[in-house]
Design a protein around this ligand. Structure first.
Ligand SMILES: [Cu+2]
Length: 420
């Protein structure tokens, strides 16, 4: 493990860790997707089929991000679930795009929603490029009290508009005015900043001139207390009047601002906060019963081994093609067909999955051993699994029948770490 990754995994969280990792890790994954706990990435949201309509665009161009996710039944108990509030978004460093529209299973996601575990949701987010640059864009769910759960990132290249034209974000209000949201209301923002800066500075100046900021006054109060006097007596009449004037002016400014804005914009509606309902769909499970018997994570072998009893209840043979967990795809190279692998798609181990059984015949019950092995376990910092106080795993298993029908379902269970 390199020094940089050690620094990042030791447990320095929040800004410090982000700052360090950004400085020390190569630019490729510099915004924290690997910093999330391995168990959390495996057992919350299984993102798959993530695609963008275009990867090279110029400022003002639109781009659609589409994909699907399956919400895990193995959601960690200590983590707030999807029932409390979820907002569909994209993760990109800075306000580089604007979101024009987003849908979850066809329902507009202008507000937050609540989701169920064990359901499949299909999303679509329409964005418009705003700032030139190279971005790693992720679909993500902001989950109330849990934070952001991110899907696989895709690199996008945004070029400046011809002639460096500034970005325009125009829309028509209910009154029929066309406004540019990039500049709308900026004057008022500036005026309010100036008003409060002036007020704050004046207040500080009054006390600075008297050389009576915090420490001297604290000492005065201490001295008065020691001498058994009333510390409140140190507030002079002048100080009292000045403080009263500041208080009155502050209230007057706020009230004036409110009344002025109300008169200037009589027709407004408040920001909307309610939840939007969206129905999930069930995963297209084939006629395959899977009972996980044992799972182990081998640190040295950088592999996850799952032994499961599988029963084919259908009338067609089934073949396992892929295991997906924590956004990493382990593909069975011997499978006749797999889910599509997109050009430049990251986090794919094309030969990462080995199965002990080539295909499961109709009516057959076999114990299948699945071995998902790749250095991605290490580079994606999944090694943290061994330090999880709740050692469980979850993954998606993709399989198909001999007619080419694709199925998938979630598997999961307890996992035993192995150091050898
Ligand atoms: Cu990223």
């Amino acid at each position: 493990m390199s020094i940089s990754s050690k620094f990042c995994t030791i447990g320095l969280r929040a800004l410090l860790a982000v700052g360090l990792c950004v400085l020390m890790v190569s630019g490729a994954f510099a915004h924290g997707e690997r910093a999330q706990l391995a168990g959390m990435r495996m057992r919350t949201v299984h993102w798959f089929d993530t695609q963008v309509s275009v990867t090279d665009l110029t400022v003002g161009d639109e781009i659609t991000v589409t994909g699907k996710f399956l919400t895990s039944e193995y959601w960690p108990a200590q983590l707030a679930g999807l029932e409390g509030g979820v907002f569909l978004n994209v993760g990109v460093p800075g306000p580089a795009f604007i979101r024009i529209r987003s849908r979850l299973n066809g329902v507009p996601m202008v507000r937050s929603t609540r989701l169920e575990k064990g359901q499949v949701y299909e999303y679509e987010v329409l964005l418009k490029a705003r700032v030139p640059g190279r971005y790693h864009l992720h679909p993500l769910l902001n989950v109330k009290d849990s934070g952001s759960l991110v899907g696989k990132g895709i690199w996008l290249e945004v070029a400046a508009a011809p002639g460096n034209e500034p970005f325009v974000n125009e829309l028509e209000t209910m009154q029929g005015d066309v406004i540019n949201l990039e500049t709308y209301g900026l004057g008022a923002v500036k005026v309010w900043h100036i008003i409060w800066l002036v007020m704050g500075l004046a207040w500080l100046l009054f006390w600075l001139v008297r050389k009576e900021l915090f420490i001297p006054r604290m000492l005065w109060v201490q001295r008065a207390k020691d001498a058994d006097e009333n510390p409140s007596d140190i507030i002079s009449r002048r100080e009292f009047i000045v403080a009263g004037v500041f208080f009155a002016v502050t209230l007057a400014v706020i009230l004036t601002g409110y009344l002025y804005t109300d008169a200037k914009y009589p027709t407004t509606i408040p920001l909307q906060t309610g939840f939007i309902d969206v129905e999930g769909t069930l995963a297209p499970e084939g006629a395959l019963d899977i009972v996980v018997e044992k799972a182990s994570y081998k640190l040295g072998g950088r592999s996850l081994e799952v032994r499961a009893q599988m029963t084919n209840r259908g009338d067609r043979p089934l073949q396992i093609s892929e295991l997906l967990t924590a956004n990493i795809r382990f593909i069975n190279p011997d499978a006749d067909q797999t889910m599509p692998i997109f050009p430049d798609e990251g986090l794919v181990a094309p030969r990462g999955l080995k199965t002990s059984t080539d295909s499961i015949a109709p009516g057959e019950t076999v114990v299948v051993s699945l071995l998902a092995a790749d250095s991605l376990w290490e580079t994606q910092r999944m090694t943290g699994l061994i330090a999880d106080p709740d050692s469980r795993f979850a993954a998606m298993l993709f399989y198909h029948d001999d007619a080419g029908e694709q199925y998938y379902q979630e598997i999961g269970g307890y996992i035993v770490p192995s150091f050898f």
